[in-house]
Design a binder for this molecule. Structure first.
Ligand SMILES: [Zn+2]
Length: 78
């Protein structure tokens, strides 16, 4: 993966802790502002939220091949 092709390589780093609620209040606010302004990250964020919901739902089942594919796709967006 070529990072230069990623329009938001930096906010990518913020997205995971944001989803995990590991940010300070200030960092959280900054992340929310960015999500408001950035279409790309908003789409990624929605996808991540859905993915996590999906993962929680299927936590008691063995990992499905489709889920593995989704996770792999997540690592190489676009
Ligand atoms: Zn962004």
């Amino acid at each position: 993966m070529r990072l230069s092709d990623d329009p938001c390589a930096q906010c990518e780093e913020v997205l995971q802790p944001f989803l995990d609620r590991e940010l300070t209040v200030d960092e959280q606010a900054a992340a929310e502002r960015h999500l408001d302004a950035c279409d790309y990250c908003r789409r990624r964020y929605r996808f991540e939220v859905q993915l996590r919901r999906f993962v929680r739902q299927s936590a008691l089942e063995p990992m499905a091949p489709e889920l593995k594919q989704r996770l792999a796709a997540l690592r190489t967006p676009l």
